[in-house]
Design a protein around this ligand. Sequence first.
Ligand SMILES: NC(=O)c1ccc[n+]([C@@H]2O[C@H](COP(=O)([O-])OP(=O)(O)OC[C@H]3O[C@@H](n4cnc5c(N)ncnc54)[C@H](OP(=O)(O)O)[C@@H]3O)[C@@H](O)[C@H]2O)c1
Length: 347
Amino acid sequence: MSVNYCTSVGEKTTYKAAVCFDYKKPLVIQEKKKPTRLSKGQVLVAIEAAGINFSDILMCKGLYQVKPPLPFTAGSEICGYVEDIGESVSNVQKGDKVIGILSNYGGFAEYGVFHKSTLFKLPEALSTVQGAGTIISYGTAMMALGRRAQLQKGETVLITAAAGATGLAAVDIASHVFGAKVIGLCGSEKKCHLIKERGVSHAIDYNTEDVRGRIKEITGGKGVNVVMDQVGGDIFLQCLKSVAEEGRILTVGYASGTIPNIPANLLLLKSCTVMGLFWGNYSQTNPSAFTQSILDVTRAINHGDIYPHVGATFSLSQINAGFSYVENRKSTGKVIITTMDGAKSML
Ligand SMILES: NC(=O)c1ccc[n+]([C@@H]2O[C@H](COP(=O)([O-])OP(=O)(O)OC[C@H]3O[C@@H](n4cnc5c(N)ncnc54)[C@H](OP(=O)(O)O)[C@@H]3O)[C@@H](O)[C@H]2O)c1
């Protein structure tokens, strides 16, 4: 194996990382030895910010489909700058500001080693914290609405947890890339206000309003063409009952903690289709479709069509508070962990 010794390691020989030692306990900040060697195709990134995803929280509780061996450093998407490159790396150079994904974990840290194919140049329009919260939510929403549901201009799409990370990305993309009419469901008046600002034509608070009645009224009894659901449980079933003839329903997540059982007769009655999406898995099963979903996002950002919303930032030492903030449904858009002081000034 070809190995490159890092040349620009500077003074620092260790770095901080948020480590999961026990599924039942909070993460612990641990000092780790900084990598000094890079293999072919590897890139050393000084991480400045990392996005929190619901899956990171589930993984640290041992509740996600991927269970890394303990202990592990959590975190799956970042923004930072390239500190060093291994052999055969030409897509990024030392000093480049990049956004990147890790296959499942390693991002809540001051340094990370990435494969070159998982790094992309930070779009100029984005700040560091926005960049750290872009790839997973926007890549998922782009693939869900485009490749999977084949959303068409003028169609009506219903999005659940619409003020959340994936939901708000879907609102942005459905409205501003696909030209769809968007109805958003979320859990408070404040969140309804935000999603209206970000592109939905109608916002429904599913804690206080009659979801099916409102959708019937908004669509003139026809129902919606596409549903993108991040919540599962009873909300999924209400959405399924609100779909139009030949509608498409995307099951993307189960933030409620309940995986819904789907009565097949409802699919028959509406001649509709339920489809799943496991976006991250495409990096293994269909890398070109996976990369394309990210490139479609960065292109739309560079055109000025869409931009990610960062609702809050926490420092690396406050990571457990950041997790609680998302779990307790306080977050809007993306919540970002920063490794630098003065993070708020980067918003
Ligand atoms: N399939 C994929 O490829 C893929 C990719 C990305 C994410 N996901 C999944 O999509 C879901 C959302 O992920 P995210 O990172 O975008 O999170 P998020 O939407 O930022 O946060 C979760 C949101 O879900 C809503 N929610 C409803 N019931 C909840 C409950 N019992 N507990 C907590 N939240 C609840 C809350 O919004 P309200 O208060 O407005 O209800 C909350 O803000 C997760 O299940 C995640 O695993 C799947």
